[in-house]
Design a protein around this ligand. Structure first.
Ligand code: FAD
Length: 392
């Protein structure tokens, strides 16, 4: 068919540096050759291309915007473009990179001691080890500060008890960053613990019944008197700032990723509509379809501008979490609308795995919900804009 080209209506691609283009093109080429041909099958089977995890590491997909410890040290825009390419393939691919880089490597990098960094960052960066991020619990999703998971000091160890659920990659992870209340410290602050999953008292299970983000592994983590050495606590952070700062990093990637999913759905719809004939002409030649195409391209372009602006703010250290909330909220809603419209333009063929829009649409239901639901980001913005918190 037609070569794969991404929409760039506002010519943002023209402003990219050599390095940024290289990152984008390398990712695109890898995904086109190694992942796209089988992604529909992975989605149907509910599997992730696990065997590609090390290759993705070699290509610098995990935490390339961090400094040192084998990382590429990329700028934030290059990192964003990488997330865009990954999610243009599948939200499961971007989720893998987001969890490994933004939710596991980032907290070790930001809050770990030298030994933790040297032990884990090179291995996670190369994909030799897989990490997961355990915040959500069966009874505490949007309000993780009410978490029940407990860590109790016992000599040189901590004893962990509790249950985490909806944890991306927990069944294949070597290490989990588990957020738990340290009940041995005053006021029981939330702290981050590096929990190797092979330890006694740690078990994981897989959640199989998903209708969304199927090309991604999701599971639970059960901690039952799991003993970990006290040196596995992340020393440099306590309180909800720990997990929330990681989520800001991942949400930044989602704001970019959503643009990729939407563009991919858009491209497929336009290609199909210019090819498919009904009533004696291509369906793209009907005004009603053109209105849909114009609307999709406009929404995608606006979301893309937002992502580019975030990159500038992040690069100079001025990015506020509330600005990331605005972009996550807007761009994911955009991707949800665009993938739905793209699906409808494909008619019956649009409900199969032969085309991407329905897969993106199904995936985006997860992206709309995780990393702070759409509603919760409305409340974040509401509080920021009025000074009045409306969560409770
Ligand atoms: P709830 O918090 O129960 O929310 C249900 C509904 O109520 C939502 O629509 C929500 O917007 C609304 N709501 C809640 N509170 C309010 C309020 N104050 N005002 C108005 N409306 C409100 N978590 C991790 O820790 N690590 C992971 O790797 C991870 N991966 C995930 C992968 C998948 C596939 C999925 C589906 C989830 C994942 N999550 C992960 C969990 C995810 O972050 C949570 O699902 C999310 O935070 C929402 O929590 P909940 O599902 O318990 O929904």
């Amino acid at each position: 068919g037609t070569p794969y080209v991404m929409l760039d209506y506002l010519g943002l691609g023209d402003d990219l540096t050599e390095e940024e283009r290289m990152v984008r093109d390398t990712a695109r080429e890898f995904l086109d050759e190694e992942i796209r041909p089988d992604i529909g099958e992975h989605f149907v089977e509910g599997t992730f291309p696990i065997e590609k995890i090390p290759e993705m590491g070699e290509l610098g997909f995990y935490g390339p915007n961090l400094e040192g410890y084998g990382s590429l040290g990329l700028g934030e825009r290059a990192y964003g473009l990488l997330m865009e390419e990954l999610e243009a393939c599948d939200s499961g691919m971007r989720s893998m990179a987001s969890v490994q880089g933004a939710l596991v490597m980032y907290p070790i990098h930001a809050y770990g001691n030298e030994e933790q960094k040297e032990t884990w960052l090179p291995k996670l960066g190369s994909g030799e080890a897989v990490g997961c991020f355990g915040l959500t619990e069966p009874n505490h999703g949007s309000n993780p500060s009410e978490m029940e998971t407990r860590a109790e000091r016992d000599g040189d160890e901590y004893i962990l008890n509790g249950n985490k659920t909806w944890i991306t990659n927990s069944p294949i992870a070597d290490v989990a960053v588990v957020w738990a209340r340290d009940v041995s410290s005053e006021d029981s602050p939330v702290r981050g613990f590096l929990v190797e999953t092979e330890r006694d008292g740690v078990s994981t299970n897989e959640i199989k019944e998903k209708l969304s983000l199927r090309a991604s592994i999701t599971g639970g983590i059960a901690l039952s008197d799991a003993r970990i050495p006290a040196e596995n606590v992340l020393p440099e952070v306590s309180g909800m700032k720990g997990p929330l700062s990681c989520l800001t990093q991942a949400r930044y990637g989602i704001a970019w990723g959503a643009v990729g999913a939407a563009k991919d759905a858009f491209e497929q719809a336009v290609e199909y509509a210019t090819d498919r004939e009904q009533f004696g002409k291509p369906i793209a030649g009907f005004q009603m379809q053109q209105e849909k195409i114009a609307e999709m391209a406009t929404r995608i372009s606006l979301a893309e501008l937002l992502a580019h602006r975030l990159a500038e703010l992040k690069e100079r250290g001025d990015l506020r979490p509330q600005q990331v909330s605005m972009a996550k909220r807007n761009n994911v809603r955009m991707a949800r609308r665009v993938s739905r419209t793209a699906r409808e333009m494909l008619g019956g063929n649009g409900i199969t795995t032969d085309y991407s829009p329905m897969r993106h649409l199904a995936n985006i239901e997860t992206v709309y919900t995780y990393e702070g639901t759409h509603d919760i980001h409305s409340l974040v913005l509401g509080e920021d804009l009025t000074g009045i918190a409306a969560y409770k």
